[in-house]
Design a protein around this ligand. Sequence first.
Ligand code: ADP
Length: 448
Amino acid sequence: MFEKILIANRGEIALRIIRACKELGIATVAVHSTADSDAMHVRLADESVCIGPPPAAQSYLNMPSIIAACEITGAEAIHPGYGFLAENARFAEIVEEHGIVFIGPTPEHIRLMGDKIAAIKAVKEVGIPTVPGSDGAVGSDAEAAKMAANIGYPVLIKATAGGGGRGMKVAAKPADLSLALSTARTEAKSAFGNDEVYMEKYLQHPRHIEVQVLADSVGNVVHLGERDCSLQRRHQKVWEEAGSPALNSAQRYEIGGVVTRALEKLGYLGAGTIEFLYEDGRFYFIEMNTRLQVEHPITEAITGIDIVREQIRIAGGAPLELKQKDIVFSGHAIECRINAENPFTFQPSPGLITQFHVPGGLGVRFDSHIYSGYRIPPYYDSLVGKLIVHAKSRNECLMRLRRALDELVVGGIETTIPLHQALVREHDILNGDYDNHWLEKYLAKKNA
Ligand code: ADP
């Protein structure tokens, strides 16, 4: 096992990784920008290295500085967290070229899954169901029109290099196709420097359901069940549940089995998540995230498995301690993302935290890097904390969430707490009756 790990990230996820390292008896190195000198991850790590000025491009994305920080401190491995360099295949390669272990999948798998068309082709070959679509990049408008007629309208144009919902355009009917193609291409070119697009059938009332997996270096793959992340705004997840209110246990094991067999065939290593759209009882692959996800704690809550600890053990060459039959799903968990934003317009609200009180009690976890007197810098992500609540049943979980949200105080800035307080009282949410479009419609009504 490693003696020292460098965490190439900030915020709550840097803390999360430091905690796992401490419990494994591993020393930690924090890196930080000059804007983060007072950050909690810097305070909690054993050592810290300043890697550059506030803009992420010059600090948290600055590969030479991060590698140098490893060499100065003697860290043997890097945990990238999520975001920043977590899905940068070139970074994973450079880390390995310097004799440092990248805590994550192989660069080949990161690269494969980062190319949407290649990823769809690869997972299809190993038995994962995909959305009916163009089977590769879309060529001329005339070719696209033929494809769309075959697939059936509405169709969705997506960027091959896509991410964060950018470069996606719906064409509801043949007359919309040409404009959808050109705007998707322009957006993709400016966001990703690559204007290649592909086409999929546009599903009209899907849920977002994803399956968490762990795979070790000796060929064991297990799934840790699913998460339902259908409550989204502008393709950003807001509220997540494990398990999905839409699945029963038989369906969970069925899709989990499909995913584990596929990843065995791909020879996948580490933690990963396969994301699906789920509509009318069927799953359709959309993408694979080759990293730790923000919402991983709800899976930890229902399985009792520390996913970061497993990532570190796997990277150190240890086999998984658990077989699939040992993994028991217990109760229900919900995560609310608390952002420094206006709860209904989502205008960012960085600034000074003047008051901070964390809820407690059975089944309540709050992962956050903020403290009273902390000034949120304006340069990074607006996530200030994740409230994770676990209980025996979904109903108990909702009641526990309601009281935990009412206890939580983050003063001095605007946060999304009032949005969650409203959601946890909504009829459709209480019934688990929502799809990917529910939240946008709800917000449109609220803001009308
Ligand atoms: P990105 O990598 O840009 O986030 P994804 O492929 O993960 O793109 O899709 C993001 C979101 O867009 C999904 O969660 C879903 O809400 C919507 N979406 C993607 N593909 C489809 C589709 N074929 N039909 C309907 N909605 C889709």
